[in-house]
Write a protein that binds this ligand. Sequence first.
Ligand code: S3P
Length: 736
Amino acid sequence: MKRLTVIGLGLIGASCCAALKKRSTEWLISGYSRTEATRQQALAKGLIDQSFDRISDAVADADLVLIAVPMGQFLPVVKAVSEARPSHSVVTDAGSTKGSVIRDLATVYGTTPSWFVPGHPIAGSEQSGVDAANPDLYVDHQVILTPDAQTAVDAIDLVSAFWSSLGASVSTMDVERHDEVLALTSHLPHVLAFNLVHALSDDDEHLEIFRYAAGGFRDFTRVAASDPTMWRDISLANREAILGGIDRFAERLGEMRQAIASGDGEWLMRSFERARTARKLFSSLTDQGVHPVTDTHPSVFTITEAQQGIHGTIRVPGDKSISHRSIMLGALADGVTTVDGFLEGEDAIATVQAFRDMGVQIDGPNEGRVTVHGVGRDGLKAPAAPLYMGNSGTSMRLLSGILAGQSFDSELTGDASLSRRPMRRVSDPLSRLGAVIQTSEDGTPPVQISGGHPLKGCHSEMQVASAQVKSALLLAGLYADGETSVTEPAPTRDHTERMLQGFGYPVKRDGATASVVGGGRLTACHIDVPSDISSAAFFLVAASIVPGSDLTLSHVGINPTRVGILEILKLMGAKIEVLNAREVGGEPVADLRVRYAPLRGIDVPEALVPLAIDEFPVLFVAACCAKGQTRVTGAEELRVKESDRIQSMVDGLSALGVVIEGTPDGAMIQGGGPDFRFAGGSVEAHEDHRIAMAFSVAGLMSCEPIVVNDCANVATSFPNFVGLARETGFPLTVSP
Ligand code: S3P
């Protein structure tokens, strides 16, 4: 076996490992990363065979060493590598700038050693970290090597063969040319995208601006979501060439400014036409696969029948409910709260942005780590503009509670889907505490809260079983005089109660009633966010319905108020084992092993409905594959989620040949049993993340492909769904 050592297990390094594991059995891979968690993840995902916490140990018997660290860390890393490398070994790197690599090597050796082959794979995405590892990242992409006359020919051959074996096409260039070309085609676009987003976000009205920003903004600025450390290092490492690019761009921009100012339509036409032609040429190159571009905002999923089972061990992203709450309570606490496993989905990011807009310093998220510099219970500042909550009902409802207790006025807005959702369920009970809070006439957003009105604790009997309403009241209760208590009609998720206690804030719990006494303080703490059982649900159902499946979902939160999906699937005959049950930071966690089992239809017990409220779209899919009828009742809440989930599923499943009847509070589904196959065809996700993922699961059991439109919102709760789905065996493709 040849031995490869990968130093740095971010997107680039980890994707090399994944690509190699997929395509070759000839290599034994050792991995080094500075963080234990990353090393463990890489091992657990089977990307590396051995992990090391010291570079010297990692390279001790390597044949090939790949350095895949941010440019700013290259020098100390290459020094450590060269001190410990065996003399026969070849070392290469994957950095985006090559002049800086040559300069760094010169400071150590005076020249580029013959065993070092500078390299640059032209591939990547705005995602980062081991989680984003993609075994096909390099397929049909170019890798540029920049050896010089002294580089050993054998070393060049080895590195070329290595990249070719990952599906890349390898070429060579000289260093200066490489840095000039990349400055213009990669570095300048990144710098401009960061700059545009920064400039707009400085504007007090940026939320308003972003709200109306559609495709153009999204396309132009996608790369501004890239890793800031990496791009700081690249900008400094390729300074001269990037400055040249900026000057060129500034000159053209000046001319364009002049043309617009003087009404010179002819100049504009010439410029736009020229650009358009050049861009079309580029598109045709990419269409021919000469230089493919990864589209990371797919909106259409196509899924075909799974030929084999769903397999592997995966960790789905962090729990959405807990991620939101970690930011909220961290912001209101005294001291610095650190969060690991944070969900980097759009919903949780909306919460982060809202607290930044209220003056809270929040670092990250970066590979799941967020640091919240708490401002204390009364330290929030008035936001300059309405707080935009995107698609996130949880952000809007919980924030309503917090904002009801502030001294300043505020307004909460959201996207089209959130703007249709009912808010009186929080504004009415908050008003009874003394809050001055208004919704639009039909009870939907925007929510306007006028500050400075003292709250007085009281008791509320909740009308709907909603953790969001309960949480809004308890959070407002932190600011109320005396005791605020709330009784729920059925148990709902209790993350707020648990986390308040984790922050040292007493919560009294007595049966269905929870209460807090206002005026206390929260103390910063560390939060470890488990994987979201609501995201795991898609895989639990997928593995249950596809014959031959055997899948393990690691580190899943199994809070008793969230395990309705497990109970319901077990009643249907699913084979799910709860392994290594443990408690992490006040929340129960376990690994879930799920294997294929023939399912049977059931009457879903109403008591389980609030405990599985987000999982019904995919449970409907399970019901279609079960033998006999499944009846869901008492689930009218599904009609006021991101879409009317009963209608969305009834429409889509009917189109796929299922006999299903919607009722006001649920549905009746005729299951076809183990031999059932969906008919295939095109369905709408209605911009609802969970509908999109549920139909993706249906596709696994479909005789013809299922095309799911409107899937972009999957990123609100499960940004790496497509990657993990493919990894476990979903034949899923995406297109814009
Ligand atoms: C959530 C509660 C649930 C759930 C939502 C998240 C929470 O809503 O559907 O995805 O984090 O409190 P309801 O409490 O309104 O049912």
